[in-house]
Ligand binder design. Sequence first.
Ligand code: GTP
Ligand code: MG
Length: 382
Amino acid sequence: ARGASLTDFAEKIGVDAAALVQMLFSLGEMVTATESVNDETLELLGEELNYVVEVVSPEDEDRELLESFDLEFGEDEGDESDLAIRPPVVTVMGHVDHGKTKLLDALRKANVVAKEAGGITQHIGAYQVAAEVDGDERRITFIDTPGHEAFTAMRARGAQATDIAILVVAADDGVMPQTVEALNHAKAANVPIVVAVNKIDKPEADPTKVRGQLTEYGLVPEEYGGDAMFVDVSAKSELNLDKLLEAVVLTADASLDLRANPHQDAQGLVVEAHLDRGRGPVATVLVQRGTLRVGDSIVAGPAHGRVRAMLDEHGDNIEAADPSRPAMVLGLNAAPSAGQNFIVVEDDRMARQIAEKREARERAAMQAKRRVRRSLEDFMAS
Ligand code: GTP
Ligand code: MG
């Protein structure tokens, strides 16, 4: 919580910021809700609320936990010669209903070089296409994100897992709140942005207006002398999809060094997970480094298990998934949350031990929050 405002802190522990202001006031501390609070103030609050304020971040704590098992998340093992080129991971973001999912469906339909016959296509929110760009076959991984305002955290994490962001803006609606939010997440994560100005088939579409609006947010189109690529598209009429793919590939080639070591135990992120009635917990994961294989022992957030089977975006069984490849994983004991990491470990026992420690910590954090809420309620009532 270091450097966080009282509002951030209140949100983290699930209480009303105004109540914290009032409590601090009664303790002789004048702090406004937006002011950042120092450790002493947090400790003061902690004493009053019978709660030990932890200044360690959950991320640091998890790093330590993994270290105690001789594991590390986020680094390629080996040296330069182990690295192999991997496809770019492209996250599609934008305001609700601006056409993200439809655009992804259209891209998949138009450019799947691999066979699509038979088998029902699964919608897993992440898939790889083999697109033909300038005569070359190029693989690109796409991740869909929801535009609904409730999914801020998912968009923030999506931006972090990604190499390139496609910002979808409906040309009949223009720049909207989640357009700006997505833009800010991508900027914060230092991710290059390609703008897809969508729905240009609509008579009321005004792609020039979208360019003007985004220019005000510092995203200046190339044709105006800036460095952002804008492509006018229609997901519905399947217009200019090849141009959009080309812009993505150009961006990847121009500014990114996309390599990972496929010859190590796999690590990556959970894109989505749910409980399937027939199959149990099903998690869509994105492999970031290493190769994930059927039979691997994995821990994903507070869930663990052995990979029983893996499916690709067509619902076909696959034996292995290399860097940048999304896969549906069966065999976990629970559904982890989107954005949590997964890591392959030595054996089932280690996976279970790590998962149990994480689960215990999540539970303790929840109990602490509840305790604080109760103390605060008592204080307000007294
Ligand atoms: P959320 O996931 O809810 O944030 O929405 P989304 O951005 O994924 O939008 P979605 O793809 O679900 O499309 C929303 C609506 O816009 C649907 O009714 C689509 O059919 C329509 N739509 C998407 N693209 C186009 C387009 O290019 N032209 C027209 N006319 N309609 C489109
Ligand atoms: Mg959608």
